[in-house]
Design a protein around this ligand. Structure first.
Ligand code: 13P
Ligand code: SF4
Length: 322
């Protein structure tokens, strides 16, 4: 089947299902181009929640689609591939996270959205890399914080906000592979380049970075910092698609890993394809299903995140209630 026919089929099915198609910046360019909106994980959750469409297809990883379902339970939320996981989800099994949480019932548990619905259900507030500083800043100074499952984002926030936190030891298998040794060499070869990095990178990479931020913040830097014409980008390669569109004049250099692997690609994001998007809209599956009682509990932490992001005040629980 030609690419043209496939795109026409997707357009037809989108209309028929009255579906909104959302894509993350890490998807391949052809998927980003077929989407109604492309963004970071906070933006996708916000767009999914406010959509008037009864059906949302989220071309990203499963936890992103779960966030939309939890925020908008009445919608049908489709994913192109139900196996598109995330190493941070794998690194935070529910039973272990619960045991950790139980050890410190008086602490506030702050959980990165890159986590399962079950883990969110035992969390006080979620964060994304876009709003994490604002959310942590809203927690009273006298409250102890448990932060998981990404230790790099947690360490970065803790330092930046001068806020002690107990960190869960998870990490993103993609972002930890960038090599600080090779990045240092690359900076010597490109002394005028600006280094921009996602906070999931190791501390040694973040130390080299001029800008640390979410995928949308990194894209904004490339788009708006016209004084700079060379960027070394320490995040997943899919974002180059929008960066190239925004700044065709700029030189974009991928931050290097040790060796010559394609390790700057998220294998989970790359499970999606246009064919799978077509098939999901056609068969209305795979659809995200979350058991209603679990969904209600997980919604508390996501709703609290959305409220603080909108600038609202929230009430913090005194202690962990199971
Ligand atoms: P953003 O929220 O910055 O889009 O990041 C999501 C993610 O999974 C990064 O690896
Ligand atoms: Fe998860 Fe890392 Fe992939 Fe983001 S890049 S979805 S954190 S495995």
């Amino acid at each position: 089947m030609s690419a043209q026919t496939l795109l026409a089929e997707i357009a037809e099915l989108k209309k028929k299902r009255d579906a909104l198609v959302l894509a993350h910046y890490y998807e391949d360019g052809d998927i980003q181009d077929v989407a109604d909106a492309v963004g970071d994980s906070l933006f996708l959750a916000q767009e999914g929640e406010k959509a008037r469409h009864p059906v949302v297809l989220l071309a990203g990883v499963v936890f992103m689609a779960e966030s939309v379902k939890i925020l908008s339970p009445s919608k049908t939320v489709l994913v192109p591939d139900a196996n598109a996981g995330c190493s941070l989800v794998d690194h935070s099994p529910y039973d272990e996270y619960l045991a950790w949480r139980r050890e410190r019932p008086e602490a506030i548990t702050v959980t990165y959205v890159n986590s399962s619905a079950a883990v969110k259900s035992i969390t006080d507030v979620c964060v994304t890399s876009s709003n994490a500083e604002k959310i942590v800043g809203a927690i009273p100074r006298d409250r102890e914080i448990l932060f998981g499952p990404d230790r790099n984002l947690g360490r970065y926030l803790s330092k930046k906000l001068d806020r002690p936190m107990t960190l869960w030891p998870g990490a993103c298998e993609v972002h930890v592979l960038f090599s600080s040794r090779r990045l240092h060499e690359l900076k010597l070869e490109h002394p005028d380049a600006r280094v921009i990095a996602h906070p999931e990178c190791n501390e040694a990479i973040l130390r080299h970075a001029d800008v640390v931020g979410s995928t949308s913040r990194l894209l904004q830097e490339v788009r708006e910092n016209k004084a700079v014409s060379e960027f070394i980008v320490a995040t997943e390669h899919g974002i180059f698609h929008q960066m190239r569109k925004a700044r065709p004049d700029a030189k974009l250099i991928q931050a290097p890993a040790e060796g010559s692997c394609a390790c700057n690609e998220c294998p989970y994001m790359k499970m999606n394809s246009l064919e799978k998007i077509r098939d999901a809209l056609l068969g209305m599956k795979p659809a995200v299903e979350i058991e209603p009682a679990l969904l209600r509990k997980a919604k508390v932490s996501l709703d609290r995140m959305m409220a603080i992001t909108r600038g609202e005040r929230v009430i913090w629980p005194e202690t962990f209630q199971e």
